[in-house]
Ligand binder design. Structure first.
Ligand code: FES
Ligand code: FES
Length: 154
């Protein structure tokens, strides 16, 4: 079937099977930031924004994106304040989880511009980091929210 939707502000048309997952279609478009780890909606590595809401690319059938707006971390352009805060706070090691975590953090900050640490932890509970960067990830979101002036350095 032919699918039409918008990815990072650009209209795309792709051929897909009815049972293709969105992550596979996005990867086929060269969007490598959408990563599959668990494949069952647990780890958050495949997180994208679908019409501005977080969604797991590994669980979402690609036809459900028809006519909708998909955002991946490539669409942030590298100079997004949340991305910059992650760099400043050294909030990653291997970086595998980072695109999904950044998008979830962006969604949180749109909804709640000044979240508490507990609210950040709750919002990011579905984004697992095997490298264990959780403290610095929380720090990065606090930085992006303007609740902290400097990255945690100890
Ligand atoms: S790969 Fe989709 S949630 Fe883990
Ligand atoms: S930085 Fe390696 S999994 Fe999170």
């Amino acid at each position: 079937m032919r699918l039409s939707f918008t990815v990072n502000g650009e209209p795309v048309e792709v051929e897909a099977r009815a049972d293709d997952m969105l992550i596979d279609v996005l990867n086929s478009l060269g969007l490598a930031s959408v990563r599959e780890t668990c494949g069952i909606g647990v780890c958050g590595a495949c997180t994208v924004l679908l019409d501005g809401e977080t969604a797991s690319g590994c669980l979402l059938l690609a036809p459900l994106a028809e006519g909708r707006e998909v955002t991946t971390v490539e669409g942030l352009g590298g100079s997004d304040p949340v991305q910059e805060a992650f760099v400043e706070a050294h909030a990653f090691q291997c970086g595998y989880c980072t695109p999904g975590t950044v998008l979830t953090a962006k969604r949180l900050l749109e909804e709640n511009a000044h979240p508490s640490e507990d609210e950040i932890r709750l919002a990011l509970a579905g984004n697992l980091c095997r490298c264990g960067c959780y403290l610095k990830i929380v720090d990065a979101v606090l930085l992006a929210a303007g609740r902290k002036e400097k990255a945690w350095t100890s």
